[in-house]
Design a protein around this ligand. Structure first.
Ligand code: DAH
Length: 335
């Protein structure tokens, strides 16, 4: 029997090492280690081995089984390795790779980031509000009378339930004061919606940035200093800024801000609205809050708002506002 074991071992090792693919290997496994395989058959012969020789024979058979198993495993990894090498031999490492397209931030996002950075340096925090607003937050609390043209359903998108798509981000002023006692110093970037005919200078959905600073003793000087700092950061220190008296329901006095800068082609451009928060706005907030922390006799504040698309068009010399929403890569890749 010992000789039989020896010759079976030699035979098995020869066949396994000659195998060149998975199926040959599997056939060898079945032939030697399978249920009806040669090694199994040999084990069955143990019955005829004298009792005293059985332990030694058992050990021989176990060794045989594990030798063949190990040989099969080694052959398996040899075959896999050869398959890998064969596959890789086709690979031409000198071929140029597939370039990955690298994205970049949208020009509007880039401008927004710069604007936010600038105001953050002056201590403004970012505030947020819903795009679907109540008339009260969007108009009434902002001292806008019921017959004001902006409230017309020709100009504003109304929902069947009476709410509306906010026509400006000024509603966030109200939301912040409703929920936070003074002092507050916030900017609120976000979408605004108007029923405008879409053309080279108008979108029905656009982006605004609102600002509000309320505390004791906030003055018009603070308003001018803050916005001058901001626009000079954006357009350069030589930028000229003009506050032209205007009217907004929610500020008194109110101004429009005109800018003249080399970076903008040297022409005066109207860029933003601003003013000192109207006492009527503070009164509306007090009434809603049920306290007097925004008593206009105790606090004062300024507010401002501007459209980011307009600004982006000026900063990046974009001739048509629609380019900012079409997402044509030939356009976007230039930024
Ligand atoms: N809400 C105004 C608009 O949409 C912009 C604006 C003007 C905001 C003056 C203000 C402000 O906060 O004080 O045109």
């Amino acid at each position: 029997m010992q000789d039989q074991v020896e010759s079976l071992r030699n035979e098995a090792l020869a066949i396994v090492s000659a195998a060149t693919d998975q199926s040959a290997l599997e056939a060898a496994r079945v032939r030697f280690l399978g249920k009806n395989g040669a090694v199994t058959a040999l084990s069955e012969g143990m019955r005829h081995v004298p009792k005293e020789d059985r332990p030694a024979m058992g050990k021989l058979l176990n060794d045989l089984r594990s030798t063949v198993t190990t040989a099969l495993e080694e052959a398996q990894s040899r075959i896999l390795e050869q398959a890998d090498t064969a596959a890789l031999s086709e690979l031409d490492l000198t071929l140029p790779g597939t370039a990955r397209a690298r994205g970049s931030l949208h020009p509007l996002t880039q401008l927004l980031d710069r604007a936010v950075q600038s105001f953050r340096r002056m201590g403004f925090a970012i505030a947020d509000g819903p795009d679907i607003e109540t008339e009260w937050h969007c108009f009434d609390a902002l001292n806008t009378p019921a017959d004001h043209p902006a409230r017309n359903d020709q100009d504003t998108f109304y929902l069947p339930d009476g709410r509306l798509l906010r026509s400006h981000t000024s509603s966030v002023q109200i939301r912040v004061m409703e929920n936070t006692p003074p002092p507050v110093r916030i900017i609120a970037p976000g979408s605004a919606y108007r029923r405008d005919e879409v053309d080279a200078t108008h979108l029905a959905q656009f982006t605004q940035m609102e600002g509000l600073y309320v505390a004791e003793h906030v003055t018009l000087g603070d308003l001018k200093g803050t916005l001058e700092f901001f626009f000079r950061e954006l357009f350069g220190s030589g930028t000229e800024i003009q506050f032209r008296p205007h009217f907004f329901p929610f500020t008194e006095p109110s101004y429009e801000i005109d800018i003249r800068a080399e970076a903008l082609g040297g022409e005066w451009m109207e860029l933003a609205g601003c003013g000192m928060v109207d006492p009527a706005v503070f009164e509306a907030v007090c009434k809603r809050r049920g306290d007097r922390v925004y008593d206009p006799g105790r606090v004062s504040g300024f507010a401002f708002g501007f459209g980011l698309e307009r600004l982006a068009m000026m900063v990046s010399r974009i001739p048509d506002i629609r380019m900012l929403v079409e997402n044509d890569l030939r356009f976007l890749k230039q930024f």
